[in-house]
Write a protein that binds this ligand. Structure first.
Ligand SMILES: [Zn+2]
Length: 316
């Protein structure tokens, strides 16, 4: 009896430790640029081509459990008889070139250093095994992109999960890093398991800049920020996958582009309206964000959509 009480106490303490571990010990400050606008304002000129030259780059191929990428308990997933399996995914980065703001990345792809010297970033053998590193294969590293186009002036992170910051080691210390509200303060198992890695990625960098969204109204798209002040690039606060998760809307030289981030990891999930699975911190909010993003895309049939991890050209 006493032993079981002790065991319960130990497990409880361990659980408390996990939920109380921040992802990263890095300071933040309010972003210096960007102002809140309404979604309808952001949509008004979407069909007019904008100034941004845009390129999606697949930085790595990987495979992860489908149950993390998709809510397999969703009635539509059940009707499709989807079972858990290892699902091929891409780890990508989005490269934007703006006439005055210069090079901007959304997410970071994969750094060659993660493959060559993972221990330098506290990615030990156990973590690498749990994360299925054996299936992680670089296709176009962040270093290769920097060599070709120069380093970005700023990096907009859809969210603070490992597969979205894996390219940070390739970037110079002065690169500005921009995040959504509360993203750097989130707590959970990933913080417990990977905190040293996140810290290694951020150490020596300027304070992360938090975008000035209006207070969260509880909607799917909780806010919109015009990032460059010229109506060409918008951050959409789409919490659910993580608290500060962001999607991005841009007016490129080739028309409107929506980057969902992990509001939808997969093409199938996007097309069928099934939200991500166990990788979410808040399934209901993630589902609302996905619903709002799909409605936005439906209002703009010319829009190209990039999901978080499976870009299939022409798929919408
Ligand atoms: Zn992801």
């Amino acid at each position: 009896m006493q032993r079981s009480t002790q065991t319960t106490a130990i497990l409880f303490s361990f659980a408390l430790l996990i939920v109380s571990c921040a992802h990263v010990d890095h300071p933040t400050r309010p972003a210096t640029a960007g102002s809140p606008v309404s979604l309808s304002d952001a949509e008004r000129q979407l069909e007019t081509p904008g100034p941004i030259a845009y390129e999606y780059i697949q930085s790595a191929a990987w495979a992860v459990p489908l149950s993390g990428l998709l809510n397999l308990d969703h009635p539509i997933a059940q009707a499709a008889a989807l079972a858990n399996r290892k699902e091929p995914i891409q780890v990508g980065l989005h490269r934007l070139s703006h006439p005055s703001a210069g090079e901007i990345w959304i997410d970071t792809g994969l750094s060659q250093q993660i493959i060559d010297t993972p221990a330098d970033f506290s990615l030990g053998p156990l973590v690498r095994r749990v994360m299925n590193f054996k299936d992680l294969e670089a296709t176009h590293t962040a270093e290769a992109v920097v060599e070709l186009h120069g380093a970005p002036n700023q990096v907009l992170l859809t969210h603070l999960h490992m597969d979205h910051v894996f390219g940070l080691p390739a970037l110079p210390a002065e690169t500005v890093i921009v995040v959504g509200p509360g993203e750097m303060d989130q707590r959970g198992w990933e913080g417990a398991a990977l905190r040293a890695t996140f810290n290694a990625f951020f150490t020596g960098r300027p304070d992360a800049e938090v975008l000035p969204f209006d207070p969260d109204t509880g909607d799917g798209i909780a806010g919109v920020v015009d990032l460059l002040g010229d109506g060409s690039l918008y951050a959409l606060w789409t919490p659910g996958h993580t608290p500060g998760h962001m999607s991005f809307l841009q007016r490129t030289t080739n028309g409107p582009v929506l980057i969902t981030g992990d509001a939808s990891h997969t093409t199938w999930g996007w097309q069928n309206g099934v939200e991500p699975g166990s990788f979410n911190v808040d399934m209901a909010r993630s589902a609302r964000a996905l619903k709002d993003l799909r409605a936005l895309a439906a209002r703009h049939p010319q829009m190209t959509v990039y999901t978080g991890h499976q870009h299939i050209p022409g798929a919408r």
